[in-house]
Design a protein around this ligand. Structure first.
Ligand SMILES: CC(C)(COP(=O)(O)OP(=O)(O)OC[C@H]1O[C@@H](n2cnc3c(N)ncnc32)[C@H](O)[C@@H]1OP(=O)(O)O)[C@@H](O)C(=O)NCCC(=O)NCCS
Length: 327
């Protein structure tokens, strides 16, 4: 897979601000505010212009402090912009331009001016649903419906066969592209762990990371197993971490295969137990682990894991699971 080196936001801001009005530029990593249309790692094409050139329903690229965000223009007088799903009003930002196209994977979708009313109405409707109590639950149900069993044959055909295997050092680019879109894990940590510990070719091989790859080498699912002490949490044993499968390939057994790969490797490294901690409301994950024979861990370990995460500033209750690895 070609490597995509993303310039830092500082560099990008400098380039954008120096760009003359009327010029266009592809910008990565500002799609989070256009969720679910775009994800964090997707790209937008920006036409450099000031706020005077934007109207209701346009997508504005804004500088907010040292951050770049793409927001829908909700009104021009007073000037208000908001994420696609609504939420808090944007703090005052500097308008850098108008988004004229969005790119998700291989798909480029132009945003010509005639789509403005439709985008504005969509933003208003989504924001209203999202703001209602239970709105998020409805959204998740709709999303789960689209990515559930009935659409599996179609998705399987679109994505093609997936290879699930342990990672090597040269999988770093694919891993970082996946992490940029879907993981809340430091890039530096992943880079170091893959090079020094997890990679099949790592000098001090310990723990492991597994990925699911499509025919183009794009990563579609990922997880690792390692000691929590690598992340400075005072918990013994090895734990499954960052299990994430891209929505397009969910319910196709990808998580099951990733976990199978990691359990085999943990066994090979002499581990006797593997643990996992899962948000207590994450049915999909709880089911996936249960199907692989993970069972609730003793109360004392559950307490320790919750305490360790509370101390690290996490609010949700975790269910701790464990599985004994046979010989
Ligand atoms: C949880 C997650 C990794 C599961 O990935 P997956 O590849 O879809 O899982 P699998 O296809 O291997 O599913 C195995 C079994 O788990 C159960 N399962 C998986 N997703 C489910 C869901 N949304 N609802 C109910 N059961 C589910 C099913 O029994 C499934 O088998 P089936 O499809 O034959 O019925 C995926 O939904 C995901 O990435 N979620 C977001 C990130 C996340 O929550 N990660 C877990 C952090 S601990």
């Amino acid at each position: 897979m070609p490597s995509r080196k993303t310039p830092s936001t500082e560099v990008l801001l400098g380039v954008l601000e120096a760009l003359p009005p009327g010029q266009r530029l592809w910008v990565h990593g500002v799609g989070g505010c256009l969720h679910p249309l775009l994800r964090g790692g997707d790209a937008v094409r920006v036409l450099r212009c000031g706020p005077g050139a934007l109207a209701r329903g346009d997508v504005a690229l804004l500088r907010q402090g040292r951050k770049l965000v793409a927001h829908v223009v909700v009104s021009t007088r007073p000037w208000r912009t908001a994420p696609l799903l609504g939420g808090v009003d944007a703090p005052a930002g500097v308008t850098l331009g108008r988004v004229v196209a969005v790119k998700r994977g291989e798909w480029v979708v132009p945003l010509p001016r005639p789509v403005r009313p439709a985008l504005w109405m969509t933003q208003r409707a989504l924001a209203a649903v999202w703001a209602r109590p239970g709105g998020r639950v409805v959204y998740r149900r709709v999303r789960d419906f689209f990515f559930s069993g009935w659409s599996r044959p179609l998705r399987r055909r679109l994505v093609g066969p997936l290879e699930v295997r342990l990672l090597r050092a040269d999988d770093l680019d694919a891993l970082l592209a996946f992490a940029g879109e879907r993981l809340v894990v430091s890039i530096g940590f992943l880079r170091r762990q893959l090079r020094e510990r997890w990679g099949l070719d790592a000098p001090a091989r310990r723990g492991a990371a597994a990925g699911a790859f499509d025919a183009e080498g794009r990563m579609r699912g990922f997880a690792w197993v390692d000691s929590y002490r690598q992340e400075a949490l005072p918990l013994d044993g090895v734990w499954v971490r960052s299990l994430v499968v891209a929505p397009q390939v969910r319910r196709m057994g990808v998580a099951t295969r990733l976990l199978g790969c990691l359990l085999d490797e943990a066994r090979r490294q002499g581990e006797v137990w593997v643990h996992a901690d899962v948000d207590d409301d994450n049915t999909a994950s709880l089911q996936t682990f249960a199907r692989l024979g993970f069972r609730p861990a003793p109360a004392e370990l559950t307490r320790q894991a919750n305490e360790a995460w509370d101390a690290a500033g996490r609010a949700k209750t975790l269910v701790v699971l464990e599985r004994e690895l046979g010989p």
